[in-house]
Structure formats: structure tokens, C-alpha cells
Design a protein. Structure first.
Length: 336
């Protein structure tokens, strides 16, 4: 026995006393497993914790969340009641079942065809409103990261799962966060998780959402490839693709993003730092072959890389006008 529930088991809710039928497993993580369940014919989800993970402290924390109730925002998948089993030692909690239309945020960012800017900003605003409601209730989430967020691009909605690590602002907890999203003071063990450290994690997440990269990773992360040209696991490559509506058109006059995709399937190491997203360079369309259009692929003169032409995603540099000379200033012109 691994101490985990299996499909077909029957659980009992501690406060309501109602039986809960366990169905197929839909998720698994370091803390436990998640199963679909049925309560009087209605679909729910059950998270069951692995044995030996500070069970007493975790049980007390989840009980406090259940008694407090969900914050005034529908994005949180909040615990409803604790559940226990007569066959397996341990405990878990029942929560609403997330609809299949929600996908992970990382999956959304890795899609070839990205959602519109309006969808991205609406999802970001939804996340900001949700965590603002949580912080207003005196709670902090402690682990804002890709793994705990689900989004529906069609409806521009967000869902926040794994709320069992949520606790009182500034209180000690079992979880401090996920590496790239943790505030520096948390990594140095100087403070406990709080709403302030939540805001740092949220800022990093929004930067990922808008720019497809970490705000503190840049050309140094691009230059930290190993000898084989592979990126470290902590680096995220920018997965931008040309807008399908612009395929076949000539790149704009003011510039175009060129995204390198090595022909040998290995990332290229750039020799000079570039003030732009990794694997991309801003060039003038005049430097492109005449037959190149947005979305096309062609090889550079060195024959080392395959380049994807992308429409410009930066503003053009402001036009500089020569300074006007005041009347009477400067040498006078000689009149014949």
C-alpha cells in the first residue's frame, strides 16, 4: 500500500458526513494525488495527501481555510470539506472540479499561435484582481507559479488551484514558493511568505505572460548555454510566432524581428549581446531578400541558421528633428 486512494474507494466528508465515490486520477504531485469524485451524482475533485508530510500541521491549515471561506473572487478553487477513508490512513479535502476548458498557463505560453493581446491582458487583470481579493482578506498564497494556475483563453478567465498552501500574511508555512518566482528575501531565509513576496511572484508571472521570459534573465541567460548549445532548464525560450493574418506580407518598413532556428536543431550562441528577446534580432527589411515575406523561412549568408521573419513588435524610434536656431544667434551670413 502506498497510502493513496484508488478509483472505486469511498470517502466520507468530516463535517457533512456524506459519502464520496472516488473516480479516475486526474493529477499527481509532490504533495499528493487528485481524483475526480461524485457526491450525489454531482462532479467534484478530491486531493489526497501522501503520508508523512506534516499531516497535523497541514490538516490544521486546511481546516482554517475551510472555516474562513473562499475570498470574494471566483478564480480560487477553494476547499469545501475534509475527507477521510476507512481503508487508507490519511486525509484529503474535496473541492470543485475544474472544467476541462482550463489549461495550464505554461501550455498557453508554449502554443505556436498565441492569443491576442487583449486576451493576455484580460487574463493578467483577472489574476491581479484575484490575488488582491486574497490579500484584502489577510491571506497570502505563498506559491504563485505556472503549476498552480489554469486559464481559459476563449473566455479570458483564470483559475487558481492548490490553495492548501495559503495562509495568514507573514505566518510560517510549509511551502515558501517556486524557485524562479521567489523573492530574494525568501531565498535568503530572511522573512516568511507574505503579501509583499506574493506581489514579487505575481510581477514575475505577469512579465512571463507578456514577454515570455523572466525579467532577470536576458543575454546572460542566453550566453550561459553549455558547449553543446543547450539552454539550462531554468531558461525559457521565447515562443513567439508570426501572426497568421500577416503571412505573405512584406515586413514593415521600420523593422522586423528575426527569430533564429538553427538548422541542426541546436540553439545558436550569439557572440554579441542584443537588447531584445533571446534568439531574436531587429534588422531593417532592406537587409532581407526581396522575396521574403512574414512567416517565411530562409537561411542567412553564413548558412548556419534558419531564420523566421516576424512582424515588428517594438515601437519605432522617435523621429529626431534638428534643433531650431534662435533668431540673431550664430554667425550672420554675408550679403553680396
Amino acid at each position: 500500500m502506498d497510502g493513496l486512494i484508488q478509483p472505486g474507494d469511498t470517502l466520507r466528508m468530516e463535517r457533512a458526513g456524506a459519502p464520496l465515490a472516488v473516480e479516475k486520477r486526474i493529477g499527481e504531485g509532490g504533495q499528493g494525488v487528485v481524483h475526480a469524485a461524485r457526491l450525489n451524482g454531482a462532479p467534484f475533485a478530491v486531493k489526497w495527501f501522501r503520508p508523512g508530510l506534516d499531516s497535523d500541521e497541514m490538516r490544521a491549515s486546511i481546516t482554517a481555510l475551510i472555516q474562513r471561506g473562499r475570498p470574494p473572487h471566483p478564480a480560487f478553487v477553494w476547499p469545501i470539506d475534509l475527507v477521510s477513508s476507512g481503508q487508507v490512513p490519511g486525509f484529503g479535502y474535496v473541492m470543485p472540479l475544474l472544467e476541462p476548458r482550463f489549461v495550464s498557463l505554461a501550455q498557453l505560453l508554449n502554443q505556436d499561435l498565441q492569443p491576442s493581446f487583449r486576451v493576455i491582458t484580460t487574463i493578467g487583470r483577472e489574476l491581479v484582481d484575484a490575488f488582491a481579493a486574497l490579500h484584502s482578506a489577510g491571506l497570502c498564497y505563498r506559491d504563485i507559479s505556472f503549476g498552480n494556475l489554469r486559464v481559459d483563453p476563449a473566455a479570458s478567465e483564470a483559475a487558481i488551484i492548490d490553495v492548501d498552501d495559503t495562509g495568514v500574511d507573514g505566518g510560517n508555512g510549509l511551502v515558501k514558493g517556486t524557485g524562479p518566482f521567489m523573492a530574494p528575501e525568501l531565498l535568503r531565509d530572511e522573512v516568511f511568505p507574505s503579501t509583499v513576496t506574493d506581489l514579487y511572484s505575481l510581477a514575475v508571472l505577469l512579465f512571463y505572460l507578456l514577454m515570455h521570459g523572466h525579467p532577470l534573465f536576458g543575454v546572460r541567460a542566453d550566453a550561459s548555454c553549455d558547449g553543446a548549445g543547450r539552454l539550462p532548464s531554468r531558461c525559457w525560450r521565447r515562443a513567439h510566432r508570426p501572426d497568421q493574418r500577416l503571412r505573405g506580407h512584406r515586413p514593415a518598413v521600420r523593422g522586423a524581428w528575426i527569430q533564429a532556428r538553427p538548422a541542426d536543431r541546436r540553439p545558436a550562441r550569439r557572440q554579441a549581446p542584443l537588447a531584445c528577446p533571446p534568439r531574436a534580432a531587429l534588422i531593417w527589411p532592406a537587409a532581407l531578400p526581396a522575396q521574403v515575406r512574414c512567416g517565411d523561412e530562409f537561411q542567412d549568408p553564413s548558412r548556419r541558421h534558419v531564420l523566421l521573419v516576424d512582424p515588428p513588435i517594438v515601437r519605432a524610434a522617435p523621429r529626431r528633428y534638428p534643433a531650431r536656431r534662435r533668431r540673431g544667434s550664430g554667425p550672420r551670413q554675408r550679403r553680396d
